[in-house]
Design a protein around this ligand. Structure first.
Ligand SMILES: C[S@@+](CC[C@H](N)C(=O)[O-])C[C@H]1O[C@@H](n2cnc3c(N)ncnc32)[C@H](O)[C@@H]1O
Length: 217
């Protein structure tokens, strides 16, 4: 990578090693490739390399403690890898399905899975709604895909009874919850909570929408 481009990619924050534990080397490897090629491949915008770690990688990795050990997790609209591929890197004890309709993004994700030697993650090309009835998972994750009132009908049918939604959301999450009231009721979404993640670790904390579907825990 040219020196001038290296300088544009954010230096690794101290919190990265704490969040990724012994998987930090693999996360670093992914960060390097995403930083070098992500913009050219249309995976991240031109303003993103200087905030690659804080805005994207660590913003995804803060979800890791909420992933249940041994869980089957579907990440909807993974794009360049956030949060699903980052979680697959830092949580090798869970299994991940990355659901992404765009062919070029799926090719990128598959090439990273192979290059990084990840054995707990697969890519399924298509829209979330195309997989309703095809499988059931314990948890679903998503970031920057669509508003909650649309995300709930897309993802609830992918969850087993008692399964959990974990959506990275911005500051308007409470307003999104209000607007999604009908969809939440229709899909029997319960135990709705908003949690702040990354306090004490990240300069900017992250908000996660957390809820369960159906009747069983
Ligand atoms: C703005 S990008 C966000 C990518 C990534 N989650 C991130 O935070 O960087 C939205 C992604 O969702 C995908 N997407 C849109 N609608 C979808 C659907 N119905 N099912 C699955 N993925 C979808 C798009 O192809 C795109 O890659």
């Amino acid at each position: 990578m040219p020196v001038e481009q290296q300088a544009l990619i954010e230096a690794e924050p101290v919190a990265a090693a704490e969040l990724a534990g012994d998987r930090i080397g693999v996360l670093r490897d992914f960060a390097r490739d995403l930083g070098e090629r992500g913009e050219e491949l249309g995976l991240i915008g031109p303003l993103e390399p200087p905030r690659l770690w804080t805005r994207h990688l660590l913003n995804s990795a803060v979800l890791a403690p909420l992933v249940e050990s041994g869980a089957r997790v579907a990440d909807i609209g993974t794009g360049g890898g956030m949060p699903g591929l980052v979680l697959a890197i830092v949580r090798p004890d869970a299994r991940f399905l990355l659901i992404e309709p765009m062919e070029r993004r799926c090719a990128w994700l598959n090439s990273q899975i192979e290059r990084l030697g990840l054995e707990n993650v697969e890519v399924r090309r298509g829209r979330a709604e195309e997989f309703h009835g095809a499988f059931e998972v314990d948890q679903v994750t998503a970031r920057a895909v669509t508003a909650l009132r649309k995300l709930v009908p897309l993802t609830a049918p992918l969850l087993r009874d008692g399964g959990e939604m974990l959506f990275l959301k911005g500051t308007s999450v409470e307003e999104e919850i209000r607007t999604a009231e009908k969809a939440l009721r229709k899909h029997r979404v319960r135990d709705v909570a908003v949690e702040e993640l990354g306090a004490g670790l990240l300069a900017e904390t992250t908000r996660v929408f957390r809820a369960r579907v159906g009747s069983h825990g």
